[in-house]
Design a binder for this molecule. Structure first.
Ligand code: SF4
Length: 70
């Protein structure tokens, strides 16, 4: 089991994650990315996954490195 973490405060809303990993990421009305199905945890949003799938690509493409995988 892995955890995908979105440090939303740092997100600049570039849309790259949603472009490379639309199964997990979408752009929200606030202009920032949203990790689908995630839950708020402090300042971050987190999602537990069995298979990180394209989240690796999303993390690698994010220009401000606000997507983490643990
Ligand atoms: S790639 Fe990073 S900065 Fe760009 S929208 Fe996604 S989370 Fe935000």
């Amino acid at each position: 089991m892995s955890k995908v973490i979105h440090e939303k405060e740092k997100c600049i809303g570039c849309g790259a994650c949603a472009a490379v990993c639309p199964d997990f990421w979408e752009m929200a009305d606030d202009g920032k990315a949203h990790l689908k199905g995630s839950k708020k945890s402090g300042d971050n949003f987190e999602l537990s996954v069995d298979d990180v799938g394209c989240n690796e690509d999303a993390a690698n493409t994010c220009p401000v490195q606000c997507i983490k995988i643990e």
